[in-house]
Design a protein around this ligand. Sequence first.
Ligand SMILES: Nc1ncnc2c1ncn2[C@@H]1O[C@H](COP(=O)(O)OP(=O)(O)O)[C@@H](O)[C@H]1O
Ligand SMILES: [Mg+2]
Length: 249
Amino acid sequence: MKEIILRVENAHVQYGGIQALKGVSVVVGRGEIVTLIGANGAGKTTLLKAIMGIEPLSEGNILYKEKTIFETYSDRSHGKSTPTHLLPGMGLVLVPEGRGIFPELTVRENLEMGAFLQKDKKRIEKNLSEVYQWFPVLRDRSGQRAGYLSGGELQMLAIGRAMMAEPELLLLDEPALGLAPLMVQKIFEIITKLNTEKKLSVLLVEQNARQALRIAHRGYVLETGKLVLAGSGQELLDNPEVKRAYLGG
Ligand SMILES: Nc1ncnc2c1ncn2[C@@H]1O[C@H](COP(=O)(O)OP(=O)(O)O)[C@@H](O)[C@H]1O
Ligand SMILES: [Mg+2]
């Protein structure tokens, strides 16, 4: 691996008495698509929230571009983190589960919210026109309320909004959830294209293991808060345990 863009070390997260993450370590290399697969409740969303500083680690460290953005101390008395709202400005952007779109706002207004840290109006316009090139349907619907979009269009809007922040590493939380098969295909094609053409690094969280492993350079399997397997996308696709548990035999 050339350069590591994200390094999660020994991440523990607790919700009251529930241990949602029990010592998870993950790395993403610059230019890689890395997928984290696991069943509902495995802790996938929790890991992404921890990276974004939304859920604090009770133990562990997170480094982004070689800078510590979250650390805990050996006595576990306290943790220190980079505030969540500053991370997009560093190129670290989350496309949340359920997409986090504001249905009352127009498509364009939702996109502009992705550029909230950007003060340069020209640059916002340039990024907006690039997003419209990637997703022409968003241009066609720019003045409509986002609440009227289909599931697939909403996911494109969520990715487009993330692109407005000029990401280097995109965290995607189940982008295929609830979409029809053709749209699932399309979303995975878009993720691949963002990686190859825009050189975006991607951490992709998915229950849709087959599709995710097909487009990923590497993957991790998370089970009830612990990593149980890691390998290249192809190795995991060929792994008998993965086949049995995640690929339907
Ligand atoms: N805010 C919360 N409060 C309490 N428990 C939570 C909370 N969020 C998630 N959990 C629990 O933590 C575990 C992991 O959840 P989550 O990270 O959402 O899993 P996944 O995204 O893999 O479906 C589950 O047991 C879930 O019920
Ligand atoms: Mg989840």
